[in-house]
Design a binder for this molecule. Structure first.
Ligand code: NDP
Length: 254
């Protein structure tokens, strides 16, 4: 089949950072498949914005915490690739979807731990494993971590640990997939103004100011600070960047 443009698959592309990544990647001239969990209308609005930029886009439903649903998802993805993009492969996988969990180490329940584990680590692991057959040789894997894998803020032990696991996984992916010229890198945002964790960084003035004071560049991050870095990793210029953790935090907690 003839594929004209490279295609990115971005999980959690309906809002926040994933939305910004989807738009930034489209601005580089790539087509986009984005997933949403529950916010279909928001996802379709992103699709419309990408189409206005002149690229093709499709939104698919996916719960990245439910590994058992992945085979059905890949069935849908394969049909979408064929029907909309006239291909059976894609090029860039961005593992972005996620939720926040704020709970002290002493109080984190097994249920909360499992939720964060399923979405932030197990889901990323097996979604990527199952995607390997569909990713073109020379493709890119970009895993979204967090500053919280490097520095510790009380209340993020489970979340931060899962992001650390993803960072280790990324190095193994780079090592094992290099023979297919597939690179794997981590983008680790600092605190960014999105809906994440109930919009805490954006809406809680005290937290916003506190994070700004811990950041060398003197403010919290915005979605627009992140998407372009992920889009860059999809470009030809970034082909030699491999197994790296790129923190995009304005210099937080240095
Ligand atoms: P938002 O809450 O703004 O958006 C979350 C996105 O993930 C939405 O698209 C949502 O889909 C999707 N999502 C949530 N749960 C699931 C699930 N179970 N299955 C599939 N998709 C799901 O968060 P951000 O954009 O801020 O966060 C994106 C990533 O960035 C996450 O991995 C997060 O850990 C990381 N990050 C965020 C930081 C921040 O300060 N904002 C800092 C560092 C890292 P839907 O719209 O359908 O609900």
């Amino acid at each position: 089949m003839t594929q004209t443009k490279k295609i990115a698959l971005i999980t959690g592309g309906s809002r926040g950072l994933g939305k910004n990544m989807a738009l930034s990647i489209a601005k580089k001239g790539f087509d986009v498949i984005l997933t949403y969990n529950s916010q279909k209308d928001e996802a379709l609005a992103v699709v419309a914005q990408i189409e206005q930029l002149g690229q093709k886009a499709v939104a698919l439903q996916l719960n990245t915490g439910d590994v058992k649903s992945f085979d059905a998802f890949f069935g849908q993805l394969t049909t979408t690739l064929k029907d909309t993009f006239n291909t059976d492969h894609f090029d860039f996988l961005v593992n972005n979807a996620g939720i926040g969990l704020h709970s002290s180490f002493a109080e984190t329940s097994e249920e909360d731990f499992d939720l964060v584990f399923n979405i932030h680590f197990k889901g990323v692991y097996f979604l990527t494993q199952k995607a390997l057959a569909l990713i073109n040789d020379g493709g890119r894997i970009i895993n979204i971590s967090s500053g919280l894998a490097r520095f510790s803020i009380p209340g993020s032990s489970a979340y931060g640990a899962m992001k650390s696991a993803v960072e280790t996984l990324t190095r193994y992916q780079a090592k094992e997939l290099g023979s297919r010229r597939i690179t794997a890198n981590v983008v680790a945002p600092g605190a960014i103004e999105t809906d994440f964790s109930g919009g805490m960084v954006r809406d809680n003035e005290q937290i916003n100011k506190q994070i700004a004071s811990l950041t060398a560049l003197g403010r919290v991050g915005l979605p627009d600070d992140i998407g372009g870095v992920v889009a860059f990793l999809c470009t030809e210029e970034a082909r030699w960047v491999n197994a790296q953790r790129i923190e995009v935090s304005g210099g937080m907690n240095l």
